[in-house]
Design a protein around this ligand. Structure first.
Ligand SMILES: [Zn+2]
Length: 217
């Protein structure tokens, strides 16, 4: 399957992506990661990307297209891929269109209040980075990582103001893309979270069974 996953920051894209990767073997491609990989490899293309990143400039769409093309060429033909964090603009969607035909859009629909509650109660281990949540994924001992005993902390940008801002940016960015793919009649699978306590597993299962119906899983 060739898929894109859309979901606001904090909507749980990581959970879904990891399951798709484990269960279906799809190659999860996070755009931020491939830029980092590309820069590290110091290929001619990597050097080009680096020159923009170092200046703090936006990598232009044609370069993004090249990086993506190079990365998609490595995807096992029988497995497919799941794009996370790309496309972000209509121009990028057009670029992608020239490289691969998208079979399905996975859309995570989580109300803002739930995302805010989820992110403001998130805690991370200073030492190993494990993520906890003081509401529903509590460590055994308050403030201490179960895995390594490290100290847990709250990210400075996990506060309501910043989160609301990020959600607004996400919406402004994503709405035109949703319309773009609907117009192209690409099938959508929408996963809607109704409560902060809904466990992700059954929702991921539901998504997998919808993918089966589309013969993509
Ligand atoms: Zn830890």
């Amino acid at each position: 399957m060739k898929a894109i996953i859309f979901g606001a920051p904090g909507a749980g894209k990581g959970t879904y992506s990891t399951r798709m990767q484990n269960q279906l073997g799809v190659d999860v491609i996070a755009m931020g990661d491939i830029f980092r990989e590309s820069v590290k490899q110091s290929t001619p293309l990597g050097k080009k990307v680096k020159s923009y990143v170092e200046k703090g400039a936006l990598v232009p769409d044609d370069v993004v297209g090249e990086v993506l093309k190079e990365r998609l060429a490595k995807v096992p033909k029988d497995k497919g891929f799941l794009l996370d964090g790309f496309p972000r603009t209509i121009e990028q969607a057009d670029t992608l269109e020239k490289i691969a035909k998208i079979d399905v859009i996975l859309q995570l629909d989580v109300p803002d209040e739930i995302i805010i509650q989820r992110l403001t109660s998130r805690r991370l281990c200073k030492n190993c980075g494990t993520v906890y949540n003081i509401r529903f994924l509590k460590p055994k001992k308050e403030g201490v990582c179960d895995k390594c005993g490290g100290e847990l902390y709250q990210r400075a940008d996990d506060n309501e103001e910043v989160i609301k801002n990020r959600l607004q940016v996400y919406k402004t960015q994503t709405e035109p893309l949703i319309a773009y793919y609907k117009k192209k009649k690409v099938p959508f699978i929408v996963s809607t979270t109704k409560s902060i306590d809904s466990p992700p597993e059954p929702m991921v299962e539901a998504m997998l069974s919808e993918l089966k119906k589309l013969k993509l899983a």
